[in-house]
Design a protein around this ligand. Structure first.
Ligand SMILES: C[S@@+](CC[C@H](N)C(=O)[O-])C[C@H]1O[C@@H](n2cnc3c(N)ncnc32)[C@H](O)[C@@H]1O
Length: 230
C-alpha cells in the first residue's frame, strides 16, 4: 500500500505526505485519480477456473440441497464479472434454481459499468465458450450481458470496512479485495462475513487468501478457498 501511495505521489509531483494530503483536499480531480489508483479493479468472468469448477460441481449442489431460493453476495464485485458469473453458474445448473445475487463495491465508476453490463473480449479469457454464447449478445461495442442474467443481480455502493452488512446469506464471494487490508481489518471483515452467513452458508475467498488461524470464527474449509459456517 505504501509503495502504491508513494508511486502516485512521485508521479504527480507531491514530495511529502502533509503536502499531498492538502492537495487531495483541495483538488477533487486529483482525489478521484488517487482513489482509482488505490482501488485496483481488475476482474474477469470465472476468474480462477479451477475454483469455479469446484463451485459448479460441489458447492452449488450442496447449497441447493438445503435451500431454494438462495441469497448470494459478491463483495468487492468490481464491474460485475463475479456476480454475473455466479448468476450464470446457477442458471446453467438448473432452470428451477431460484436465487438473487447482490454485488457491492466502494467504487461508483465500476458499479456503473456493472449495471451497463457491456464487456470486452479480454474479460472472457476464462469463460467456457458455451456461457459466452448462451448469456451474452455480441455487438460492435462488445458483449452485452443478456437481460435474464441481469435481472438476477442488483448492485449497491458499499464500503466493506465501515458499512453495515445484510444478513442471511447462503453464499458470499469476497475475492482479491482484502489484499491491501491490514491483518486487523481482514480479521474484522471475516468476522462480519461469518455473521452475515446463515449456518451452513459458504464463504468463497481469492486464490491467495487462506483463512489460516481463523478457526475461532466458526468457519470450516470444505474445499480450497471455500469455507462453511458451522
Ligand atoms: C481486484 S477487484 C476484485 C474483483 C472481483 N472480486 C474478482 O476477484 O475478480 C477489487 C475490488 O474491491 C473493491 N474494494 C476495495 N476496497 C473496498 C472496500 N473497502 N469496500 C468495498 N469494495 C472495495 C475495489 O473497488 C475493486 O473493485
Amino acid at each position: 500500500m505504501q509503495r502504491r501511495i508513494l508511486s502516485f505521489m512521485n508521479s504527480h509531483g507531491h514530495p511529502t505526505f502533509p503536502e499531498f494530503l492538502k492537495a487531495l483536499d483541495a483538488n477533487p480531480v486529483l482525489y478521484d485519480a488517487f482513489f482509482k489508483h488505490l482501488t485496483i479493479n481488475v476482474s474477469q468472468f470465472f476468474r480462477d477456473t479451477k475454483q469455479w469448477e469446484t463451485l459448479r460441481e460441489t458447492i452449488i449442489p450442496l447449497l441447493l440441497q438445503s435451500k431454494n431460493p438462495l441469497k448470494l453476495w459478491s463483495a468487492g464485485c468490481s464491474s460485475g464479472q463475479e456476480p454475473y458469473s455466479l448468476a450464470m453458474t446457477l442458471m446453467n445448473h438448473s432452470s428451477t434454481a431460484k436465487f438473487t445475487v447482490l454485488g457491492t463495491d466502494i467504487d461508483v465508476n465500476v458499479l456503473q459499468q456493472a449495471k451497463d453490463g457491456l464487456y470486452r473480449q479480454n474479460d472472457f479469457a476464462s469463460t467456457p465458450p458455451e456461457f459466452l454464447q448462451k448469456y451474452f449478445t455480441p455487438s460492435d461495442k462488445g458483449y452485452q450481458i443478456n437481460d435474464p442474467v441481469k435481472r438476477q443481480v442488483t448492485f449497491q455502493h458499499q464500503n466493506l470496512l465501515t458499512d453495515r452488512f445484510q444478513s442471511g446469506f447462503d453464499f458470499i464471494a469476497c475475492r482479491n479485495v482484502v489484499i491491501y487490508f491490514t491483518d486487523e481489518a481482514k480479521e474484522m471483515l471475516y468476522k462480519k462475513f461469518t455473521d452475515a452467513l446463515r449456518p451452513g452458508g459458504i464463504l468463497f475467498t481469492g486464490s491467495t487468501e487462506h483463512l489460516f488461524g481463523m478457526n475461532h470464527l466458526g468457519l470450516k474449509a470444505v474445499s480450497s478457498f471455500f469455507y462453511q459456517k458451522q
